[in-house]
Write a protein that binds this ligand. Sequence first.
Ligand code: SF4
Length: 967
Amino acid sequence: MTGSRDHGITGADRAAVEARGETFYPGPSGGSLAAYPPKERWDDWVELDSRAWPERVERHYALVPTTCFNCESACGLLAYLDRETGQVRKFEGNPEHPGSRGRNCAKGPATLNQVTDPDRILYPLKRAGGRGEGRWQRVSWDQALDDLAGRIRRAIQEQRHHEIMYHVGRPGEDGFTERILAAWGVDGHNSHTNVCSSGGRAGYQYWMGLDRPSPDHANAKVILLVSSHLEAGHYFNPHAQRVLEGKQRGAKLIVFDTRLSNTATHADHWLATYPGSEAAVLLAIANHLIQTGCYDREFVRRWWNWRDYLARERPDLPVTFEAFDRILRDLYREYTFDFAARESGVAAETIAQVAELVAGAGSRLSTHTWRSAAAGNLGGWQVSRTLFLLNALLGAVATEGGTYPNAWNKFVPRPIHVPPHPRTWNELSWPAEYPLAMNELSFLLPHFLREGRGRLDVYFTRVYNPVWTNPDGFSWIEVLRDEALVGLHVALTPTWSETASFADYVLPMGHAPERHDLHSYETHDGQWIGFRQPVARALRERDGQPVGDTREVNPGEVWEENEFWIELTWRIDPDGAMGIRRYVESRARPGEKLGLDEYYGWAFEHSVPGLPQRAAAEGLTPLAFMRRYGAFEVARKIGAVHEQEVPRDDLQDIGEDETGRVYTRAPKPDAMNVVPLPTPDPDAAGRRPVGVRVDGKILRGFPTPSGRLEFYSSTLAAWGWREYALPTYIRSHIHPDELEPGEMPLISTFRLPVHIHTRSANAKWLDEIAHTNPLWLHPTDALRLRLRTGDLVRVETAIGHYVVKAWVTEGIRPGVVACSHHMGRWRLHEPGQRQMMAPAALSRDGSRRTLSRTGEVGPYASDDPDTGRIWWTDVGVHQNLTFPVHPDPISGQHCWHQAVRIRPAEPGDHPGDVQVDLERARTEYQAWLARTRPARAVSPDGTRRPYWLLRPLKPPKDAYALEASRA
Ligand code: SF4
């Protein structure tokens, strides 16, 4: 690396820029200066007004950074604020952002559409009729806050903590709201994660104690992706640009994807695996590495917990690496290329070629899977577990070009106040049937409520649309309509959604340039923080006009969550008597409310190494620096943390178990970086685990019970799933042997590159590019079913059916159908989002529920002339309504793939029609619930859950006891 800064940019990149006669940009982007306005001119950047052409009319802009909120990647944006009007004219990439390096996908610049969306919600609204009737009245923030604060206060005072729930989709921040809930003493955090990434996370968590990978694609020799990461995966834009860098440097790209995705088109090897067979192929590759001796024995010897495996599963053998090495060959012998070919439908020769390629990668194998197969299948969590097995065999763990544990490439600054976590356990989110679930069983909430497991007094949904996003949406509608089950539903949302229409309050929250949040994600081997901020406020402050409350600069009465939560918390405990208010008090001005300048200023000043010095060098405070540049690189080249020796100060009165796990009595040092990490149990003497002895040295290791990579998961073995304790293959619920005659697997999970769930429907540029979701069907299947492109078909699931247009394409493997999940938005009433939500009506007949379109999307008059130019009418179908819940009994992940029957539509069917039987939905729920091994049956120690596993809010250990009160 010879770049002036080592952001993955090489001297060759610089030379290429300079060879074009351009000036190299000396920041993370490393591109041509021509691509980015130099930061010295961000106060007054001049461009010619394209609309005035051919006249040369100059426009003066102030450039203010923020962070994109259209997916989880948190790429940097630069807002171009017109100096004359104060309005944002466009968003481009922020070249100072180490993760995105000045680049964005289409959804970044389309943030402008969301800001100017004529249908956005600008004022707090309260329901004026029955829930879901669509009648609203405008209320003041004060009215809403006092109502909410009163109810929450009463619930806490009456020990009904579990009746308060905050249900979040995309958090877009690092722990602010968890801390608010902790301040309230409420175990009320609920997430979307079990309909998203729990499967992927579980596989990684059982291996390394950390639930995500951080692949170093740019430096890899071989990149193996299970899914379409180049266009839609986790950390899409930051990773995609590094995948392409890797390819430009000669890396080979292997892609597993049943569809011919844009990612597959860039692959050197595309494996169109039968859905659910991915782990079988990965194990065949692993077997090849083992049988041919192409694995890193030293790494395996030093870092795998093979001693645990031998001690617990093979007491007949000596606890020596030689003994383990010998039996390793037997463990995977059955996973031949032929076996994998039979399961996956991919030719054995192709799998063999790919295995050879992987074998040649050595420690430069970068791998990634996230949702995709891990989220589609029963046992999908074994996809990430078997994928990481390849890294673990090759020693490609925390190596250049390998795959890092995510927590090492992430930095969460310690905040000004850290309330203790609640002392209660909410069984509505963490039921005892799923002791190993990675996250809350959020999508089962309607069933739990209807079974009488509890009720909700105050239910917040935030950046979350469960009626649309979750499976079994009609069950959600049923409980959201039932005031006995959900006392008050508060939708915190910038835009209308199917769920918001069943709320009591709809409170308008800001888009990316209208709010504060702090971010850090594992985009590469480095650590950075990104700062989302209200850009108009930042500019005013830059110009010397302080702003008290973000509502002063936002459109209408749009607010931001952070100021909202502080205000609400203050009103819950106005005199501080409940011990809650202190967590939102100013330190600088005791007894006064904490402001966000102080909140973020404190973290930047006290918890981000290097930032105060860097800011001072420019004559700025740390907060002013972050407001000006929007991001800061904390560290790069973190390297192999597990190989670091534990400092002497951390070793006091140490103890060591037979496998080398080392425990200490040294107090835990205060960390600036507060990335949540698992907390393995202390030893019998109460000492905390601090490292692991490897070849005589005490190294940091991994935050697993053993301190090593857990090839053998003692947790799975101890909690009733011994047969899955090793990386293995679990046949999916849509395995060919599970299908009835005439059924086919449906892939319903794939994203389109220009949309994100339901949050981008208010972006007209994106809607114009993609607005419908036809059913992908291979020509051989189309011929068999006598279907052509454009024909209407019924897709029948276990609980109902939907009607959609067919798209016949060779881009899907024969025998499988696919339908993207973004589309099919609907609205029952005005107001609503009119660019992508079609008018619709709901009806009921016994247990049968129907959604029918009553009109189409079309042009309409508004402040934005473009809405009069809407030419699309077909916005697809809401297929998730027809999916029953499929909770994986171990990870808790909803297994999205469906066994379906496809047949031509019937007379009277219309595109977008949906019909579901709620009784069948309940039967399916019960059938999947019966697959679990509840804590009461399998817990080895009378607790609800292994204490070491991550949990967003982690009650003290006594609350883990099965007999403990759930209050
Ligand atoms: S990948 Fe695209 S949508 Fe996601 S944060 Fe980056 S620019 Fe925004």
